[in-house]
Design a protein around this ligand. Structure first.
Ligand code: PHE
Length: 352
């Protein structure tokens, strides 16, 4: 009898749903397929309805539907029970103990050099400067030649400059260096189709063969370049004075001394008045009794440099400067050994 078969199916299904192994949601799904799926046991029987007589069919059909609904309910109930159980289990396992002390997170700090760079960028951007960038591994062309520093110049000596050997090279082909100065960015900036008026600074990392308490083989500079009509030495002085006043206060004084650089003419070195003693202390540890502290090199851009970058030196003039940032940071934060800046000792760096 179909009716008996149907009841039997309900018993079977219900036993399976309640069984131990039905404690898994996907096992439950297998059961659903087994009974109610396209090839399921119940479906098979429904297919046989056609063999019944017209009187029998409605009653058995209704009964079959009842069984189907019951099985569906059983499965739904079990599903609910299972996900409730999962939830309760999760709750128990993931209990949060709000009485535990919080994890200590250390707050990071900017490196003193980064702080100086950001501060200077702010000052220069306020004066309408653009920020230029160039690679730290540089062609000698940009680092030297284009800056009017030919092959025989002492700055190019292997004692002073880190040359890079290319893979598989036997003999040093000395055309790639760790840049010794950010001045290379002057050339790259002008070559890069930036036409006058130019106002550009370029902070970055530089390298020279040097190592003691005031020299590090890796150090930092900020370059400045201004090119326009009628730029004069006084523009350089005024600009630098404005910068140092923002850095160290309104009382800051600077002075220019004659100097030599291949890529500027005339060239100067810029000192600023010792803010510790103002020149009144012969044994001042900061200025060594000089009263002035050497800060940077600068000058009027050499006509050859401008011409090499496609800018007519008969029409345009410019000034450039390059300042060491490590020394500046040391001064500003009273750091006595430059190597502290590169050792990455958190206890040291945290202080600034
Ligand atoms: N590049 C020079 C140096 O490193 C400084 C400088 C920059 C001088 C620009 C003149 C103009 O010593």
């Amino acid at each position: 009898m179909l009716k008996d078969e149907l009841s039997q199916i309900l018993d079977e299904a219900s036993a399976e749903i309640k069984s131990q192994s039905a404690n898994l949601l996907d096992f439950l799904e297998q059961i659903r397929i087994k009974y109610l799926g396209k090839k399921g046991k119940l479906t098979d029987i429904l297919k046989k309805l056609g063999t019944l007589s017209a009187e029998e069919r409605p009653a058995i059909g209704a009964f079959a539907n009842e069984i189907k609904t019951k099985i569906e309910e059983l499965i739904a109930d079990k599903q609910k029970e299972l996900s409730n159980a999962n939830f309760t289990k999760k709750l128990a396992e993931e209990k949060i103990d709000i009485t535990l002390p919080a994890k200590q997170r250390e707050v990071g700090k900017r490196h003193p050099i980064s702080q100086i760079i950001l501060e200077l960028e702010d000052i220069f951007i306020g004066m309408g400067f653009d920020i230029g960038r160039g690679p730290e591994i540089e062609y000698t062309y940009y680092n030297f030649d284009a800056l009017n520093t030919p092959k025989n110049h002492p700055a190019r000596d292997i004692q002073d400059t880190f040359y890079i050997k290319r893979d598989g090279e036997e003999i040093r082909e000395d055309d790639i260096v760790l840049r010794t100065q950010t001045s290379s960015v002057q050339i790259r900036y002008m070559e890069n189709n930036n036409k006058p008026p130019i106002r550009m600074i370029a902070p970055g990392r530089t390298a020279r063969v040097d190592f003691d308490s005031t020299h590090s083989p890796i150090f930092h500079q900020i370059e400045g370049l201004v090119v326009d009509k009628n730029i004069m030495l006084i523009d350089l002085k005024e600009t630098l004075e404005a910068v140092f006043k923002s850095l160290f206060g309104e009382d800051t004084e600077i002075r220019l001394r004659p100097h030599y650089f291949p890529f500027t003419e005339p060239s100067v070195e810029v000192d600023y008045k010792c803010f510790r003693c103002g020149g009144s202390d012969d044994s001042c540890p900061l200025c060594k009794g000089e009263g002035w502290i050497e800060m940077l090199g600068a000058g009027m851009v050499h006509p050859k440099v401008l011409a090499g970058c496609g800018i007519d030196p008969m029409v345009y003039t410019g000034f450039a400067f390059g300042m060491g940032l490590d020394r500046l940071a040391m001064m500003k934060y009273s750091i006595d050994d430059i190597r502290n800046l590169f050792e990455n000792d958190i206890r040291f760096l945290r202080q600034f």
